[in-house]
Design a protein around this ligand. Structure first.
Ligand code: AMP
Ligand code: MG
Length: 270
């Protein structure tokens, strides 16, 4: 499987520093050729989603995490644009509100996991509770540290009950982040995305790197694997994410339900 290349295996040493964010191998070709392949993969994804929806006995949960400007929004836009909106729900997790904060960190997450038959797409997720929360000391270390195990148990429960989980870390370089911030500031249609917090967060680049390294290493499992996708080139990133999703769904291999025995023949419809 092509996606095995980006998959983080449990138990093996892991360091984002060893993975090149500018990688474009093994793309099917240059940007143009790869974009053509992306179109075909999108069609395939749409067909598989239709089958998952019709079968209605399993769900797919896609978790997207990245540093600011890492490409979460763009990935959602380009990867899922072909799928039937009825079978798809995107949830973007922002700073928790007071009700959410008054519960355990997984409470708001579990309420948004996909129904059977659905794609659930998480733009940020429960992983923020071991990332931003760690970097900014929002809870003591012993509290965020025990969350790795809570996350593994939670994801295992979802998976045993019929939700396939695929987690993507979109991996960009520090230079690429700076370029994207500059472009956001230059372009009137992108400026709204810039937040003053973005430059503040950028100062914590190394802390985020350490937090991602440990979070990914501690929570990649057979049933809920992490995939680290080289993200500096958006066209390559889209192709990698689509390839991984199509391979995952082909493995699930959802089938249209068997027709009922007493179905009338088309000629009976008068
Ligand atoms: P954006 O994705 O640009 O809309 O920003 C959402 C913001 O919400 C980011 O700064 C996240 O770090 C923050 N956020 C999301 N989840 C949490 C969380 N559990 N605790 C604290 N901040 C969070
Ligand atoms: Mg932002």
């Amino acid at each position: 499987m092509e996606s095995a290349r980006w998959r983080v295996e449990p138990g093996a040493p892991f360091d984002l520093g060893t993975i090149d964010p500018g990688d474009t191998s093994p793309a099917p070709g240059d940007k143009k050729i790869t974009n053509a392949a992306v179109k075909e993969l999108r069609d395939r994804l749409a067909e598989l989603q239709g089958r998952l929806y019709a079968a209605g006995d399993q769900a797919l949960l896609v978790v997207l995490q990245a540093i600011d400007a890492g490409g979460k929004d763009g990935t959602i836009k380009h990867v899922f644009k072909g799928v039937n909106p009825q079978g798809c729900k995107v949830t973007s997790f922002k700073q928790p509100n007071s009700t959410e904060l008054s519960h355990d960190f997984l409470w708001r997450i579990h309420q948004n996991t996909p129904h059977k038959g659905m794609f659930g797409i998480f733009n940020r997720s429960h992983y923020e509770d071991v990332l931003v929360v760690r970097v900014h000391d929002l809870v003591p270390e012993h509290v965020w540290r025990r969350r790795y195990e809570l996350i593994r148990n939670f994801e295992n429960e979802l998976s045993v009950e019929g939700t396939r989980i695929v987690k993507f870390y979109l991996h960009i370089s520090k230079e690429e982040q700076a370029d994207r911030f500059r472009r956001r500031l230059e372009r009137p249609d992108k400026r709204w995305k810039f937040s003053h917090a973005d430059l503040e967060e950028r100062k914590h680049w190394d802390d985020y790197r350490a937090a991602f390294n440990e979070a990914i290493a501690s929570t990649t499992t057979e049933t809920a694997p992490w995939y680290v996708i080289p993200g500096d080139h958006k066209w390559f990133r889209n192709w990698c994410v689509l390839t991984t999703l199509v391979e995952t769904l082909e493995d699930i291999n959802p089938q249209y339900p068997e027709p009922a025995d007493d179905l009338p023949s088309p000629a009976d419809v008068v």
